[in-house]
Design a binder for this molecule. Sequence first.
Ligand SMILES: [Fe+2]
Ligand SMILES: [Fe+2]
Length: 190
Amino acid sequence: MTPARFSLILQALERRRATGLGPTHGPDHWRRVAAYGLELNTAEGTGHQDLALLFALFHDAGRANDHRDPLHGARGAKRAERYRRRGWFRASRATMRLLDYACRYHTQGWLDAPGAVQVCWDADRLDLWRVGTRPDPSRLCTRAARRIAHGFTSEGRTWVRDPGPARAVQEAAEDFWRKTARAVRAPERS
Ligand SMILES: [Fe+2]
Ligand SMILES: [Fe+2]
């Protein structure tokens, strides 16, 4: 999946949301989860870049509100399948199975899963700083994510007050998407 395709799906999801999600679970969060997911996917060598991007797009896209909504992961998985069927993206059956599992159970706090799913869950958990919670390295699945989380704590100041790491990830993600988004004019249909 190209960054341009990611942006198109993100915009479509954003338009179709029945209720507005704030910065906690909305598109800015999805972009950062994608940036973390790409980084972790490379560091861990899991070879599932598309899965990381699809998870970023859909794992919270089924949320009805920013508060308690325990079934939003399952709804997000179903929405991903609908988008695939309509031709918004292509993915193998194996990728869709992993995406379904990753979305459905991303709020359980589990550590044990296939490596590509662990990358997805860690990407979401690393973005906990947005709600003032430091990602706990013992609750992260991958070595690469634990390294990033330890980096947050070794800033010398509390990382929550120091937006440096968060801002760097956000800027890297925005730069990544911007570079190719302008090349695409219409969605690919399969
Ligand atoms: Fe979620
Ligand atoms: Fe999330």
